[in-house]
Each structure stands twice: as structure tokens, then as C-alpha cells.
Design a protein around this ligand. Structure first.
Ligand SMILES: Cc1cc2nc3c(=O)[nH]c(=O)nc-3n(C[C@H](O)[C@H](O)[C@H](O)COP(=O)(O)OP(=O)(O)OC[C@H]3O[C@@H](n4cnc5c(N)ncnc54)[C@H](O)[C@@H]3O)c2cc1C
Length: 250
């Protein structure tokens, strides 16, 4: 259906972005395809490799999935920051990713986690790192007829953790001025073995800051290492001025 659409074709997951957008005067759609009833799209599967989160799983369900929450607390905490309980009962991480807002909350956490998007299309299925999906504000790399069917997260080694924090001017229901996600694995002595650091709302797409990860790998997160991490993050930012904050503030 998506492939055969003559005009604009949209996928409807939770609709918390799409329905808002559909109220604007310039919104036109030839077809809107609701994916919530497609078999398998609404479930979180735990596999030998990790987790497969169906594209229509509402973010609220992630917070009640004990195994997912234990393995990837930062991804779940990011998804559970989106909007309010009402929004989370509808919205999805795949929708957050495909809406391609630079300030999307779950995306830095997914990027830091090394998550993959499983994309189904006319030529079959392919998996890509989530950071390759948004290519600019409101734009994705998906081609006509393609749809994200699931987001996958690997099983984790021992001594691993992840977290997501955002700064917003209000206490909730606001868009991130800056979002930051970190995913770490340490050895038994507390030395960082591997790390991924991702920033949101400071560039047209989420920034994976390799230099920030390198600043803490091999350390026990001493103050000097954290200062280097902060410097690497500041250097990687390419923010804009807007009503939520200036370039300097960001
Ligand atoms: C009151 C309110 C508060 C909000 N607060 C936040 C917030 O704090 N943080 C935040 O990040 N966002 C926030 N949002 C935005 C929105 O809730 C999120 O971006 C949400 O994750 C979108 O998911 P959805 O399933 O509702 O997407 P939808 O609206 O269904 O879709 C969004 C876009 O992605 C496309 N799409 C959806 N699913 C797929 C798929 N599987 N494959 C390909 N394309 C797809 C759609 O066609 C559409 O273009 C808020 C929105 C509202 C209305």
C-alpha cells in the first residue's frame, strides 16, 4: 500500500506526532497506514541476542517490561520521559526516531545503546544502526515503501549500565534543550572497558561523540576523565539559538 501510494504516504504508530501535524493547513496525505494491528509489531521479544521491540509497542509498555528495564535502564528511562502518561500510552520509539526531531528523547539513548532499526521494504529486510535513520530535522533515510518493523538491543555483558538525562526549562512536558546518553561497560575493578556517548538537541541529528567515549575508556571515571569527556562533548556540539536556549547555553 505504501509503495503504491501516488502522493504522500504516512505510517501511523502512536500518532502523537502525526495527528498533531495533520491539523496543520499544509498537511496532505494520500494514504495513512496504521501499523498497530500488524502481527508482532506490538510485542517486546527477548531473544538469545537481546531484545526486539516491535515498532508499535507504546513507550509505557517498556517501563513495565522487567527484563528490558533491568538490561537497558537508560533506554527505558528516555522512553518514559516522553510527554506524559497519556502520550506514553500511545507513542513509540520507532515513531520518535522516524519523526526525526533533533530533540527526540529516546534517540540519544538508543544511539548510545548501539540499537539497530530493522527495516522492512519491497526488497526484504535490513538492519541499520539507529543513528543512520534520521538524516536531518524531519527527514529519514527510509525509502518509499520502507517501514521500521522493530528496534533491537543487544544482550549486555556484566558490569554494564546506561542512562539518559535531558535539561528542560520546565519539570515535564517540554522539549529537550540538551539531552545526553551514556552507555558503559566496566571490568570487575570498575575500569571502563567500552563506552558510547550521544547528545541530542545540539545538532541537526543526534551526535555520537567518539572522543567523549575515548576520554573515559581505561579510566575509573576520575574527575580529570570526566572533564575531558565534557570538553569533547562541547567540541562536538553544533547547536542553534532558539526560544529554549542560546548556542552558548547549549
Ligand atoms: C503533548 C506532547 C508531548 C510530547 N513530548 C515529547 C517529549 O517529551 N519528548 C519527545 O521526544 N517527544 C515528545 N513528543 C513527540 C512524540 O510524542 C514522540 O516523538 C513519539 O515518540 C512519536 O511516536 P508515535 O508512535 O506517536 O509516532 P507517530 O506520530 O505515529 O509517527 C511519527 C512519524 O514517524 C513515522 N513513523 C511512525 N512509525 C514508523 C515506522 N514504524 N516506520 C517508519 N515510519 C514511522 C510517521 O509516519 C510519522 O511521520 C510529544 C508529543 C506531544 C503531542
Amino acid at each position: 500500500m505504501l509503495l503504491e501510494a501516488k502522493g504522500k504516504a504516512f505510517i501511523l504508530a502512536g500518532g502523537t506526532d502525526l495527528l498533531v501535524r495533520s491539523k496543520s493547513d499544509d498537511f496532505e496525505a494520500d494514504i495513512i497506514v496504521d501499523i498497530k494491528s500488524i502481527e508482532g509489531f506490538g510485542t517486546v521479544r527477548e531473544t538469545a541476542e537481546g531484545f526486539s521491540i516491535g515498532a508499535a509497542v507504546p513507550c509505557a509498555d517498556l517501563g513495565t517490561h522487567a527484563a528490558l528495564k533491568a538490561a537497558w535502564p537508560g533506554v527505558v528511562e528516555a522512553a518514559n520521559l516522553i510527554g506524559s502518561d497519556q502520550i506514553q500510552s500511545r507513542c513509540t520509539m520507532a515513531g520518535n526516531l522516524c519523526n526525526a526531531s533533533p530533540a527526540a528523547d529516546s534517540v540519544p539513548a538508543l544511539v548510545a545503546a548501539g540499537a539497530q532499526a530493522v527495516i522492512a521494504g519491497p526488497d526484504g529486510s535490513r538492519a541499520v544502526p539507529v543513528e543512520d535513520v534520521p538524516v536531518g530535522p524531519g527527514r529519514t533515510s527510509l525509502t518509499k515503501g520502507e517501514i521500521i518493523e522493530a528496534i533491537t538491543l543487544d544482550a549486555r555483558p556484566a558490569h554494564s549500565g546506561d542512562a539518559y538525562l535531558r535539561f528542560i526549562p520546565r519539570t515535564e512536558m517540554d522539549i529537550a534543550v540538551v539531552g545526553a546518553a551514556v552507555n558503559l561497560t566496566m571490568d570487575a575493578s570498575g575500569t571502563v572497558q567500552s563506552a558510547r556517548v550521544a547528545l541530542g538537541a545540539v545538532a541537526p541529528t543526534v551526535v555520537l561523540v567518539e572522543a567523549a567515549a575515548q576520554a573515559i575508556i581505561g579510566t575509573k571515571l576520575e574527575d580529570a576523565a570526566l572533564e575531558k569527556l565534557a570538553e569533547a562533548c562541547s567540541a562536538a556540539c553544533r547547536p542553534i539559538d532558539d526560544k529554549r536556549g542560546t548556542v552558548q547555553f547549549r
